[in-house]
Design a protein around this ligand. Structure first.
Ligand code: CP
Length: 325
């Protein structure tokens, strides 16, 4: 188990709204703590009492499968009381504001509000106005911090370290909160990051984040240790960003034949949901280099670590046992 100077400290943050504001040491602390929780998830008794008596509310104002289910399960594994609300099942449908909705959840003693929302900045907005801890589960095109943590955790498990590794992120970067959070996490941890896509979806301005921007996927693939494919986020795009889907696939889809240009041990990632046959071919998504479902499994341990540390849990040098609080 890796240790840092945080091993003797509590993590004092109230909220997790993004990766941008975290230090490399904080990211390592979260990943080390997730490793401890992953070992718990391999035991016959998977539950610990760390959040007993605490209330976790999942407030998802946008659809989700992976993030919502794994946050629910993470809170349950930590023995918290868990409630999930969607836009359709809340009074937001009747015109109540996000702030009023959250204040009502706080009035019911919600210790954590996990927010997914279409609006960038919505998690920060609540974090500044509530005493409850706010966790960003994805806000518009801004950030998706727990996705970046589970992605870096998966890389660390497979590669030992992300430092010095070449991570290529392909596709719709402009509208992607996953890409932004991954860029922050990977560059802070010393990886080399290259973004690939058409200039409409990967404008040169991304170079300001300390990454390379390329247009020719075939030229980049032979040097990649990791290829992370992103979905085209039609729901956030205001206009057509490329001439046709066929043309996009021809230039930027990871087809079976294009995959042959990759290193033999390349890792293939996708945050989901996947559009098979568009950004990734089924043979590649289901192939031996794919860690797509490992990413999902690791999301549970990572989200347990986030809840545990935000609740005031101390850094662990070993996994807690079912009797520890
Ligand atoms: N990766 C991700 O955020 O997936 P969901 O939208 O299903 O939560």
């Amino acid at each position: 188990m890796r240790c840092s100077f945080f091993d003797i400290m509590n993590w004092t943050r109230k909220d997790l709204v993004g990766i941008r504001g975290l230090s490399a040491e904080e990211i390592q602390l979260l990943l080390d703590t997730a490793a401890s929780f992953k070992s718990i998830l391999g035991r016959s008794i998977k539950k610990v009492p760390s959040l007993r008596g605490r209330t976790v509310v999942n407030l998802f104002i946008e659809p989700s499968t992976r993030t919502r289910i794994s946050f629910e399960l993470a809170a349950q594994r930590l023995s918290a009381d868990v409630i999930s609300i969607s836009k359709e099942s809340s009074s937001i449908q009747k015109g109540e504001t996000l702030k009023d909705t959250a204040l009502n959840l706080q009035a019911l003693n919600a210790d954590f509000i996990i927010l997914r929302h279409t609006a960038a900045g919505s998690a920060q907005f609540l974090a500044e106005r509530l005493q409850s801890s706010i966790i960003n589960a994805g806000d518009g095109s801004h950030e998706h911090p727990t996705q970046a943590l589970l992605d870096t955790f998966t890389l660390r498990e497979n590669l030992g370290s992300v430092e010095g590794k070449h991570v290529v992120i392909v596709g719709d970067i402009l509208y992607s909160r996953v890409a932004r959070s991954n860029i922050w996490a990977l560059t802070k941890l010393g990886a080399r990051v290259t973004l690939v896509g058409p200039s409409t979806l990967v404008p040169d301005m991304f170079k300001q984040m300390g990454v390379e921007v390329r247009r020719d996927l075939d030229a980049v693939l032979p040097d990649a240790d990791v290829v992370n494919l992103l979905r085209i986020q039609h729901e956030r795009q205001q206009k057509t960003m490329f001439p046709s889907l066929g043309e996009y696939i021809a230039l930027f889809g990871l087809t079976a034949s294009r995959f042959k240009k990759c290193k033999e041990n390349v890792l293939i990632m996708h945050p989901g949901p996947m559009n098979r046959g568009v950004e990734i071919a089924s043979e590649v998504a289901d192939g031996k280099n794919s860690v797509v479902l490992e990413q999902v499994t690791n999301g549970l341990a990572v989200r347990m670590a986030v809840l545990y540390l935000l609740s005031g849990g101390t850094a662990m040098t070993d996994a807690p046992s079912p009797g520890d609080s």
